[in-house]
Write a protein of this length. Structure first.
Length: 287
């Protein structure tokens, strides 16, 4: 993997883990989804407009198709992820979702795009997935309610991650990453707006989200699209079979945030899994 791609993915991992940490303490409902997507649009639209005026690209139907489908998949990702957080622990849902995504992405890239990663790269991907499995496993969870449902949401989220990662691998060859990312933000906002503003009560909920959880909405609105923008740029310089697993180093930062700031339990197991992920990323870089 090129060093530049690895640096982009490390930056994306820090941003991704941070916004998930912020989302853990936020209200995971439609109003908050609308609030942080609205913030994202205000933050990134000026940059996208500037890039468009500078590059003057031609956005044909193929570009709009890729942006629209990916935006819808990203919307589904947020809905499934937040529902998973409603019924399950962050330390269960997040690793399973993020671990399923790269595993399916690598398999899809081999089957659909005909990519042929080296044996070293495949070993690195396997280490990343193994580390996430280690972090996800806990014997004590078997007796708690809602575990099956939270696992179902996590696996569904991982499948959506794989779908939009493979789709975007082609999309960023048609539309420059900054415009592509801005298009995803706009698509999500267009999907959410009719539901978020449909009734007086839903409008009040949006107002509450923008006032009482303003910092979280702005933070996620900045970091979530920013993290994925870095991933999109990485996809333009490295194969998806390398990018999809390497970006999951965010699990490491998430584990450290949970341990140091949230005092979550079982730090030995989680740090062991994190160390396995780090090893996998280094092996990926060598591949």
């Amino acid at each position: 993997m090129p060093v530049a791609a690895l640096a982009l993915l490390l930056g994306a991992a820090v941003a991704h883990a941070t916004w998930n940490y912020m989302a853990k303490g936020a209200r995971n409902d439609l109003a908050f989804l609308f609030a942080f997507n609205l913030c994202a649009e205000f933050i990134y639209l000026p940059l996208a407009v500037g890039v468009y005026l500078w590059m003057r690209p031609t956005l044909g139907w193929d570009a709009l198709l890729f942006i629209g489908v990916s935006g819808a998949l990203n919307m589904l990702y947020f809905v499934l992820l937040t529902q998973g957080y409603r019924v399950g622990d962050l330390s269960l849902v997040y690793p399973l979702a993020r671990g399923t995504g790269p595993a399916l992405s690598v398999a899809g890239a081999i089957l659909i795009f005909g990519e042929r990663p080296s044996g070293v790269a495949l070993a690195g991907a396997a280490l990343v997935v193994a580390g996430i499995i280690i972090m996800s496993f806990s014997p004590s969870r078997g007796s708690t309610g809602g575990v099956g449902l939270s696992i179902a949401f996590a696996l569904a989220t991982g499948a959506v991650i794989a779908a939009y990662t493979l789709w975007d691998n082609k999309g960023v060859t048609i539309v420059t990453p900054i415009l592509y990312s801005a298009g995803l933000d706009l698509t999500r906002l267009l999907i959410l707006t009719p539901f978020a503003l449909a009734t007086a009560s839903s409008r009040r909920a949006v107002s509450v989200a923008l006032t009482e959880q303003r910092l979280a909405a702005i933070g996620i609105g900045l970091l979530s699209p920013g993290a994925y923008l870095l991933v999109l740029v990485a996809l333009t310089i490295a194969p998806v079979t390398y990018v999809a697993p390497a970006r999951e180093i965010s699990i490491v930062f998430g584990a450290l945030l949970g341990w140091r700031l949230l005092s979550e339990s079982d730090p030995v197991r989680r740090l062991a899994g994190a160390s396995t992920i780090v090893a996998g990323v280094f092996v990926l870089a060598l591949g």
